[in-house]
Design a protein around this ligand. Sequence first.
Ligand SMILES: *[C@@H]1O[C@H](CO)[C@@H](O)[C@H](O)[C@H]1NC(C)=O
Ligand SMILES: *[C@@H]1O[C@H](CO)[C@@H](O)[C@H](O)[C@H]1NC(C)=O
Ligand SMILES: *[C@@H]1O[C@H](CO)[C@@H](O)[C@H](O)[C@H]1NC(C)=O
Length: 275
Amino acid sequence: MSSTRHNSNSIGLFCGLLAMFACNAVAVEYYTEKPSFLPSCRIYEPGFTKCSTNTIQKLVDQLQVGIPEIIEKYGPWDPMHIRDIIFKQDNVEVATIRANLTEVVVTGFSQIKIKESRVSKKDFSWQTKIFLPKMRLDAKYKMEGRILLIPLSGAGNIFIEIENVDILMYTKTQLYEKGGFTFDNVTDVQVRLNMSRVRTQLDNLFNGRSKEVERSTNQFFNDNWRDFYEALKPLIVDTVENILKDIMGAVFHLIPANFFVEDIPTPQQLYGKTA
Ligand SMILES: *[C@@H]1O[C@H](CO)[C@@H](O)[C@H](O)[C@H]1NC(C)=O
Ligand SMILES: *[C@@H]1O[C@H](CO)[C@@H](O)[C@H](O)[C@H]1NC(C)=O
Ligand SMILES: *[C@@H]1O[C@H](CO)[C@@H](O)[C@H](O)[C@H]1NC(C)=O
């Protein structure tokens, strides 16, 4: 399965309607001056993790305000439109389903709280603790298969709403040099999720043949949300990982790592000359 953001043409359209020269100034390949919203930290000085936690929170707050280069690529941060999700899970006890989600919109990222941002001095990988009061996915679905022994086939609207989400994110990066700055190349993102509740609604289950069975099936999924979540976990985890990897990838190709961690080594210093 895969999911990535739509390219948004809204900025281009907006620019087209305004003067061209004004918009050429908006998007740059990468920043050569530290943006004022970003407080930087020093990893070889005490209190780095506390400082870094605040810096990453400021970055996330700015994503909500809007970073033009990121909006141009992915559209707004919240609600966020993401690419279609094709989900296929076979031969698993809890679910055998094929589901396609289109017109996918994810809401809730504006409320992100960064609880802790650790950076490894060894390889400059990150470990980030994030809290989200609510995350909601709305989409059109088409589905065949079974979840928790219930045979399902249908097409219509779906929402999945997750409350009090704790995210533990492991990010691998590779340092590279561009224009005399050190940058992070985000090469891998993995998340672990905990939540207090999952709510869901699938309209038009069984292709609308029985509203009563549709209602009781949705009720069953909500009453047994932990099992329902286990069944859909790969879909939810992959979706979150893909969103974070895309956005962080774009942000860290745009903003030099030096603006986050002033005393970050150069790639040559970290990997040696042959790297
Ligand atoms: C989902 O989309 C794929 C590729 O477009 C298609 O092959 C598959 O049949 C679709 N699955 C469902 C359940 O509609
Ligand atoms: C989820 O909860 C378990 C058990 O309480 C805990 O060990 C784990 O660290 C938590 N993970 C996250 C991402 O909060
Ligand atoms: C980032 O990593 C990917 C995958 O390892 C690689 O293909 C790409 O060339 C790297 N980009 C830069 C700028 O180093």
